[in-house]
Design a protein around this ligand. Sequence first.
Ligand code: CP
Ligand code: NVA
Length: 304
Amino acid sequence: MKPESNPRHFLSLMDFSPDELRQLIDRAIELKRKHYAGEPHTPLQGKVLGMIFEKSSTRTRVSFEAGMAQLGGAAMFLSPRDTQLGRGEPIEDTARVLSRMVDCIMIRTFDHATVETFAANSRVPVINGLTDRCHPCQLLADMQTYIEHRGEIRGKTVAWVGDGNNMCHSYIGAAKQFDFRLRIACPEGYDPDPTILAMGRDRCEIVRDPNAAVAGSDLVVTDTWISMGQEEEKAKRERAFAGYCVDRAMMDLAAADALFLHCLPAYRGKEVSADVLDAADSVVWDEAENRMHAQKALLEFLVN
Ligand code: CP
Ligand code: NVA
């Protein structure tokens, strides 16, 4: 196999141009149509995706694995527990070795620098499957879901309610790349990273009051208050985020045709009430499914 000297990576939404991202969404919608119509589409025959998971996952693992199988390729699950990564083999060496054997690598890890180091040493495209900094694959699915239900998101207003976490950071990137306004309602002390916020400054604002953020919004989004790795802060975080639960009264302040998204897993009665999560304006199950269609479009783009 001819080694690729300078592969494209997808470590954050900023690695792709707005046009490329928008085309990926259109392609995801087309691949979804093909899938529903039962039309085989197997451009990745003989290709292998390596998937390194240093954190838990349901959706990311299953969507990548099922997606690769549907595209005619194969996916391999690698955990630090049973690879030499867990025994201290450097990430650089792991990247050099794996990228001589597989055609694309997805990594879910803690420190964002790990995926950057991996990519810098990889001959093949590297995909960020979530770091403490961002979760760009989820945003492909979220944008696809909004566009499928309501049309273009450009010029719309999105309310982010809750933690200024990795998902919030990716919404800031999406506000820039997909050109929408983002109101971020987070309690003091839980703001997004100031450098990321500065990057999206012209489209994003911090609004402390969640009701004010949601009022008139076209899309309301939240996420767990306790991200993976923050389990020890559970009690402190639950106190800090009291009042930030997206409930029916809050959702009723949004635009009449507003949608609700949540990357899942969701904690009913914490960041979202059960009646919001399970209501008709909540499209979280389409959003979860779209992980697979959007990532198939991404794999097709990066690997072929
Ligand atoms: N939304 C998401 O990434 O889910 P998993 O943690 O289950 O992969
Ligand atoms: N913010 C959450 C997202 C999970 C998909 C976390 O990092 O755990």
